[in-house]
Write a protein that binds this ligand. Sequence first.
Ligand SMILES: Cc1cc2nc3c(=O)[nH]c(=O)nc-3n(C[C@H](O)[C@H](O)[C@H](O)COP(=O)(O)O)c2cc1C
Length: 258
Amino acid sequence: MKQIAIDASRCIGCGKCVKDCVASALYLSDGKATPREGCIGCGHCFAICPTGAVDMPGYDKTGCDAITPMTAVDSDTLLRAIKSRRSVRQFKDVPVEREKIGKILEAGRYAPTGANSQNVAFTVLGDRQDEIERRCVRLFRTAVAAGRPFVSLLRNADINDSFFFKGAPLVIVVSGHDSVNAALASAYMELTAGSLGLGVLYSGFFCGCARLDPKIRAALRLPKGHKAVTCMIIGYPDVAYQRIPPRRPPRVNVLPRK
Ligand SMILES: Cc1cc2nc3c(=O)[nH]c(=O)nc-3n(C[C@H](O)[C@H](O)[C@H](O)COP(=O)(O)O)c2cc1C
């Protein structure tokens, strides 16, 4: 896909796109922005151009016409909401609306990725959820009975039939070549789900099962080279928290002067 195209009749030669291009893939020629090789398709030129002279052919640009700055979100409210977020392990038997799923996926799509690789995938388990959970439960019971590898965390745990997905209506596995990209996408998705009244649990145990069992990996049909980085269990919470739990102080290291 050709990444960008400049409409020379609109370009005023201000150089803003040239200055902001991380890949130095634009230069000014005869007072007009001109693309060269190296573009990573990040869209900074598209976003910054004061006259709309930059196009990204082949992309759906619905909703790309105006921005909402983060400052539109009150920082005290945002921080308190972040601190009030809890992992949810009890869910109502109510499906998540398609529109809300769309918003959650949109948040993941817009999380930053290294070099704008956008190499993150979102796998919705859908009709396969119960069957995959049954396999995980069998595997886990066997592994725990054999005393490995999760035993200390599970000493008192009841590995019941809904141990992994907790009866939640929606499970999304976020995968990528790179764990950081997929984890960042997951965090954006989690916060968006919270703002929609939904609760989320990350199932690290599920990702452990996917690592252990090739059949679970095969059932997920992840893109080539992807690993399951997070497994997000999502639904309407059947639990309400009343206060913010305390946390250890942050470990902040300020480097001493030389
Ligand atoms: C990567 C990751 C994996 C997790 N895996 C599980 C899991 O498999 N089962 C579970 O009950 N909780 C899991 N959790 C939830 C943590 O136990 C939880 O975040 C932590 O106890 C703090 O509670 P809070 O999220 O409510 O602040 C996971 C959390 C993260 C970030």
